[in-house]
Design a protein around this ligand. Sequence first.
Ligand code: COI
Length: 354
Amino acid sequence: MIDTRQIEVKHVSESRLPKVDFDNLPFGRVFSDHMLIARYDEGEWKSVSIEPYGNLSLSPATSMIHYGQSIFEGLKAFRNDNDEILVFRPESNWERMNKSAERLCMPAVPREYFVEGIRQLVELDRAWVPNRPESSLYIRPFLFATDEMLGVKPSESYIFMIITSPVGPYYANPLHLKIETEYTRAAPGGVGAAKAAGNYASALYPAKLAQEQGIDQLIWTDAKEHRFLEEAGTMNMMVVIDGTLITPKLSSTILPGVTRNSVLKLAEDRGITTEERDISVDELLDAHRNGTLQEVFGVGTAATIAHVVKLTHNDEIIDLPPIQSRKVSTLVGTDLLDIKMGNAPDPYGWNMRI
Ligand code: COI
């Protein structure tokens, strides 16, 4: 095993930074100068290095391509007005990656590669961290199977990588979501609680059908009866009914979101009542009819808080309360941003300062 504190670094000969238009950053299409790459084989991590961002060369029989043993994470680094760079909750993403890895029969990624790897990579590419409002450096760690083999079994070799991408907002506008009653994102006992690449692939087709009707994304419901709310697009889902913040409780079909957890903690600190429990579609629609449904929003790393302003349920289109009236998400969203930017105390020690 190599000494993980000594990540070998190969620098780019010329930075691509001058070519980047920081005022027009599409999500996830521009990549910083360097990437981290680590290789696992024969039961141990063999190498780790930071290198110029570039293509990989892989066998066409690489098992990840065929059977989807592939997981990822998403987190962000922020630059504040004092030019400090803060990475939000890297330890939480590391812990979740290793839970996903266990579910997909993959090796755990050492903390030194994940957390210290992010520290060194972001330090090296610190000039790539945007300073515009609503912009950040999106950090994408991922792990995939690399055995050259067509048999269906856990791979014996893997690559762990971290790439980073300066990004603007994920959603340009508030969302119109359809309550999905035919397709399913996750079933009990499946991989819905893991950040597995395949979860995102299987969501594409139902989302595309909704997008053809002018709808942005889906509210996923339970696989058995389509009666209970699960997630919103690629985010966890939250509603406020009569002042109480409610979110589906964690289960094998819900991703344990880092933003979900942060929002719940900050809401509790503010004295807002929170509940993690089943929410039925009927409860949501009844609350709308009797005027107690105050807010519906998605929470995730990429979008942070994404307001939902319209719902489609079967043939009905429902307009939700205006964003200006949404006290809980506004309050908690502001608290969250203040902590992430280092503009407020960080009582939970969430930030890693670079
Ligand atoms: C995130 O919010 O980080 C996500 O998982 C969305 C991502 C797939 C772009």
